[in-house]
Structure formats: C-alpha cells, structure tokens
Write a protein that binds this ligand. Sequence first.
Ligand SMILES: [Zn+2]
Ligand SMILES: [Zn+2]
Length: 347
Amino acid sequence: MTENSGAMKAAVLREFGQPLSVEEKKIPVPGPNEVLVKIKASGLCVSDLHIQDGIIGTVKLPYTPGHEMAGIIEKIGDSVTSVKVGDHVVGAIDITCGTCRYCLSGRTNLCRSLVRVGFERDGSHAEYCVIPAYNAFKVSDTVPFEQMTSITDAVGCMYNAVKNRAGVKPGDRVLILGTGGLGMNAIQIAKLFGAEVYATSRQPDKLAISLEMGADTVINTSEQNLYDEIVRLTGGEMCDVVIDNIGIKNSINDSLKLVCPGGRVIVAGYNDPLFEADFQDVMKFEKEILGIRGMTRQDLAEVVKFVEEGRIVPFIYKTIPFEEINSGLNMLRTGEAKGRVVLMMND
Ligand SMILES: [Zn+2]
Ligand SMILES: [Zn+2]
C-alpha cells in the first residue's frame, strides 16, 4: 500500500438528492507542502446531509465529501517538515489564507478565502485524501481513530462555542439544547470549564447518554416543561448560557427566555434559515445571540491535547464499514443516530 499511483475506493456524490456511489478513483498525489493521508476513519456529519441535499451552494459535483478525518501520513510532498510518514493525524477542515485580517488576528475560522476539505474540495470518505501539511495535526497513537475523527468538527466546534463564544466560567449554568453529535461533546466540555450542565432531549436513551457524559441534570422535553424546569433548577435565576444545537425558527427565542440578564445564546444548529426573537429581551436585559462557526487553529491544538489526556473523550455512537456510507447517512437522517456515526476503513 505504499505505492501511490494506484486506485482507491472513494464515495462519490454525482447528483444532489441521490445516494453516494462507492467507486474506484486514482489515489491523489501530494504536491509541495501537501500530505497524503491514508484514511482510517471518517465521521459522518449533518453537513454531509446538507451537502447531499444540495443546500450548500459552494459544493461542485462530482466529488468526494468527508470532513472528519483520522488517518496516517502515507506520503509527504516537497518541503513538508511538520509531519512525517507514519504519524497519526487529524485533518483540519479549514484551508486558510494566512494573510487576511481574520487569519492575522487568530480568528482563522473566519478567513475570507476559506476552502474547506470535504466541501469545496475532495474529503475523507475515501481510502486516501490529500490535504495541506499545515492542516495535518498530529495526535498521539494512543487515541483510537474513530475518536480522533470528531476532533476537527463535533468536538472542536463545541470547544469554540463553550470557551470562546460563551466564555463559560466555573459555576456557570449551561443548558445544552439538543443532544446529538455536537451536544454530547458540549456537555463534557462545559463540565471541563467548571459549569453546572443541564441537557435536553425528547429521547430517554439520549438523556441516559447525556448523564454518562457528565450532565448534572437532564430534562425530557417531551414530558417536562423546559421553562418551568429551568426556573426550578436555578431558583429563578435562569441559565448563563444556552447552546442551541437545534437551530429552528422558535428555538432561539425560546433560548432567550431561558438565559439570565446578560446571558448568552449560542447558535450552533442551522436547520431553518430565519428565526424570530424578542428584541426587547435582547435590549433590556443585554442578552446576546452569538453564532459559532468551526474553530480556530489554536482551539484545534488545545482540543488535541485534551483528547490525548483523556479529559475529553469524543462521543461516538457507532462505527460502520466504509462501504455502508449510505445507511450511515440514513441513520443521521432518521434520527436513529444518537451521536456520531463513523466510517471505518479496512486495512
Ligand atoms: Zn461537520
Ligand atoms: Zn485568511
């Protein structure tokens, strides 16, 4: 498998709204400052559904999606010194310019010339993937590949949400609205920053997992009134932070009612394009509604360390063989998946 000019299996999206087809493709060759990663595991994300549905305008077909990669460096291009063959790596999604005002100020996730692995170029739902060496973050080989996949997305995004956007401090009351691929990780990260954590779901099995992930209290929103429960749990003071992984028309306004004056609502889900909110609530009580997009390179480096130390253990719901990609996507679509579903590559 060290020969680099052969064929590989790759999942290809040829038409929006259709299943992906597993096909033979040429193994890509890394150019200068690039690396070839032998993919060991590749996470499935709700964004993969949005891509398949054709609602991410920058995607051009046919191509290979996949943006949560974990693998081993198979080959390095000229001038690469940051990683070597055999290193276990994750691949940062964002390929950033390094020169715009956002890159220069450290907010690399807002780069104005952003190109994303698995969105605007081929990703990791394949046996091999080429990425810039700059995007390859080394991870200790003690971390299982399936857990590594979540570092660059499901865990990293929630780290940015909790640490930077919400600014969670010890003692803060944090409500995680919607516990799935992102929310389960948010629970752990909010605990890491010293918060008291409440988590919601309509599904009892998700609530059980939320408790295992460290939530102090779980609320079954199909049986309990969320507002009343938060009043009760906080003695009427309400939450400092709500992380809204649902992102539907009413969820932001509902979240605004659940935070205290000065509290923050973090918008992490995107399902409806528009939302309605009570601006009196925002203005009179200095409540904030904040977006979150990906993570910075610095966040990613910090998350790698926390995962290596076992202080964050990415929550993986299920691993499946790579060839079963379409049934994996279906698990996400139907809600059967209670967290990340990860494709595993054969050796
Ligand atoms: Zn994603
Ligand atoms: Zn930039």
